[in-house]
Ligand binder design. Structure first.
Ligand SMILES: Nc1ncnc2c1ncn2[C@@H]1O[C@H](COP(=O)(O)OP(=O)(O)OP(=O)(O)O)[C@@H](O)[C@H]1O
Length: 269
């Protein structure tokens, strides 16, 4: 489990970003992290990654305090997909890029080769193994970053707004990949402004409000019980609004689920 206990943080200008923030990420979870622009979502993940250090409070991994562990030391267990994934790539081919992590861990040449092959396969990148990473499109670059994490056998994968600016086919394909990796045991934390993703894919959603956690629970509770979604910078997904508007219909987490529920109501016609 990754944990933030009573973390307070500000950047060098001293403006408060997080105050007394607590959160847990249990292994095997699929969690969404949301909130208004600038509320501190990326900062939370940078603190978990070790790219920033708390001003006060602690970060734990499985009960061990890791405040002093640098980002490089955390990379074997936390993978990260940046908003602009090209910023984390610097090798001439996809294969070499994905090999970088296991090589740094001192794995043998055979171990590296088999970890890279498996990671490229898992992310559907075999056909791009010899491609030059800067020439790839954003979705492909994200897959390279995900493959790099998988090749390290990381337990946690953090993604910062991976679907922003993507069309719905790319979004569906990325979310299908993440769902598959999650089923295979990867723990996922995804920052997003897309409420459909929270509703359809996440088991738990954490929302940052005014410098600290404002909600932590299921998407169903968030979208059906909270009256302050607008103040939190969120909105209710269409599927939830529609399913709540039809008396007797169950909570629906996607438009497909809503359509199926309506068809069943109409006798399958
Ligand atoms: N390197 C930095 N130096 C100073 N202030 C920063 C730095 N990075 C972020 N901030 C500020 O810290 C606050 C939190 O930023 P952060 O990027 O964590 O928010 P966010 O919730 O991820 O935003 P968004 O949804 O727009 O991506 C913002 O006010 C931002 O301007």
């Amino acid at each position: 489990m990754l944990e933030m206990r009573d973390v307070t943080f500000h950047y060098t200008d001293g403006t408060p970003v997080l105050e007394h923030m607590n959160l847990t990420i249990g292994t095997g979870e699929f969690i969404g992290l949301g909130g208004r622009n600038g509320c501190g979502k990326t900062t939370v993940t940078r603190l978990l990654m070790g790219l920033e250090k708390p001003v006060s409070g602690d970060i734990f991994l499985d009960g061990k305090r890791i405040n002093d562990e640098e980002a490089a030391a955390r990379s074997p267990y936390i993978g990260y997909v940046f908003q602009r994934p090209e910023r984390q790539m610097f090798r001439p081919t996809v294969r070499q890029e994905v090999a970088y992590g296991p090589e740094q861990l001192g794995r043998s040449r055979e171990e590296v080769a088999s970890a890279v092959t498996a990671a490229l396969q898992a992310t559907g990148l075999e056909h791009l193994a010899e491609a030059y990473p800067p020439n790839l499109n954003r979705g492909e670059k994200q897959r390279v970053a995900i493959a790099s994490a998988i090749a390290m056998h990381t337990q946690y994968l953090i993604l910062d707004e991976p679907t922003s600016g993507q069309d719905s086919a790319d979004k569906k394909s990325l979310m299908a990949l993440l769902s598959r990796l999650h089923r295979d045991g990867l723990t996922i934390l995804i920052i997003s402004h897309d409420m459909d993703i929270f509703a359809e894919y996440c088991q738990r959603v954490i929302v940052i409000g005014h410098h600290t956690k404002a909600f932590d629970g299921t998407p169903q509770d968030l979208f059906t019980k909270r009256e302050d979604l607008y103040e939190l910078g969120l909105n209710r997904p269409d599927a939830v609004t529609l399913s709540q508007a039809v008396a007797g219909l169950p909570y629906c987490k996607s438009v497909d689920e809503f359509t199926a529920a309506m068809l069943q109501r109409l006798g399958g016609k």
